[in-house]
Design a protein around this ligand. Structure first.
Ligand SMILES: [Zn+2]
Length: 289
């Protein structure tokens, strides 16, 4: 690779610090991530002033991408539950939740809980936009090391199959469910599915995002976190689930088939996530309120 200097223009992907890029082959309707350490930039120039003219929806969608990177990494299959590589040099790029990625993800979640809605609501709120840019880079470091999982796996199918929705504030007229929106529409459903694998982590994430978790039992973790995510989605005018971007229950089989190839991400989930599980996850992502 030639020297690669990355300058993010949204507070979202964290691509300036990851070895992950998105491959979108329009003729095949094939959109997927490709991952290699060689894709990691040599230098990142991270300037929150680049986001000052972004439309509200772009700030919201990219902000939810950051949230998802941090949350999915923090609740990913922990590194201690994976096969041990023969030597440290053979570790995969996505290692699952680990103490180093946890540090970055927890701080990113805390910042998002405090500043996401402010950054969306007021383009002149320089502090909020600066904090969200920092959170994006932090979450990039976290998920570039731990890896994302179910909501991102489902998002490829959502974005690829969308035919009847174009997000406001985005250029062009073709169908478009922005990446962060395609991810977050699945997230409340996914956390209700994964919470039982580690209720404490799901509750901690909910608290950092602003939920009241006092008195919450471990069995409440999925519902508490799911409800908090839905509140953030409503506060930033996200669509009400997959139905809000034009999908119906009859689309579940196509959505499931579009998700199953994402084994790099599904294998990073804390629960086995096969075809039957995906059918339920998509069905429960259709409407949230
Ligand atoms: Zn993402």
């Amino acid at each position: 690779m030639r020297p690669h200097i990355a300058c993010p223009t949204t507070s979202g992907t964290g691509a300036e610090v990851t070895g992950i890029a998105i491959f979108d082959y329009l003729e095949l309707h094939a959109k997927t991530g490709i991952a290699s350490r060689r894709l990691r930039p040599d230098l990142a120039v991270v300037d929150p002033d680049c986001t000052l003219t972004l439309p509200r929806t772009v700030v919201a969608c990219s902000g939810f991408d950051v949230l998802s990177h941090a949350l999915e990494s923090y609740t990913a299959l922990p590194y201690v539950r994976r096969p041990q590589p023969a030597s440290p040099a053979q570790r995969p790029m996505s290692q699952g939740a680990n103490p180093f990625s946890d540090l970055a993800c927890l701080e990113a979640l805390r910042i998002i809980g405090e500043f996401l809605v402010r950054a969306v609501d007021d383009a002149s709120d320089g502090e909020a936009r600066e904090r969200m840019m920092y959170a994006a880079t932090l979450a990039g470091i976290g998920f570039g090391n731990a890896g994302v999982q179910i909501p991102h796996a489902m998002a490829y199918a959502v974005a690829g199959l969308a035919r009847a929705y174009h997000a406001p504030g985005y250029p062009g007229v073709e169908p478009l469910v922005p990446h962060g929106m395609a991810v977050i529409l699945n997230t409340p459903s996914a956390v209700r599915f994964t919470a039982e694998t580690d209720p404490a982590r799901h509750l901690r994430a909910a608290a950092l995002l602003g939920a009241d978790v006092s008195g919450a039992a471990p069995t409440d973790a999925g519902e508490v976190l799911g409800a908090r995510l839905q509140a953030l989605m409503r506060a930033t005018d996200m669509p009400n689930g997959l139905h809000g971007v034009g999908f119906a229950p009859s689309d579940v089989p196509a959505l499931r088939e579009g998700t199953l190839p994402q084994q790099r991400l599904l294998g990073n989930a804390p629960r086995t996530t096969g075809a039957a599980a995906l059918d339920g996850l998509f069905a429960r992502a259709m409407h949230y309120w």
